[in-house]
Design a protein around this ligand. Structure first.
Ligand code: SF4
Length: 75
């Protein structure tokens, strides 16, 4: 293997590593943006009452659902 081939291989590895890091950062960023847009809610499309986190959830959507449930069933 010549010095030029070794140098080309090294450059290819550096480029590949750079793109892998860039891809990882992109996925992480999209994940953080998605989480921020959902406000921490894991099931944005379904009603809170069917969510497994409903009892312990402190998000405003869950609080509103609890309040609606309480107002609907006065006891
Ligand atoms: S209980 Fe909380 S996490 Fe579950 S759907 Fe409602 S707001 Fe989202």
């Amino acid at each position: 293997m010549t010095h030029t081939e070794t140098n080309q291989r090294r450059q290819w590895l550096i480029r590949t590593g750079r793109y892998a890091i860039l891809g990882g950062l992109s996925v992480l960023s999209l994940n953080l943006i998605d989480r921020a847009l959902r406000g921490g809610c894991v099931r944005l499309e379904s009603p809170c009452q069917s969510c497994e986190l409903f009892k312990a959830c402190e998000l405003s959507k869950a609080a509103e659902a609890r309040q609606a449930t309480t107002e609907g069933n006065p006891s």
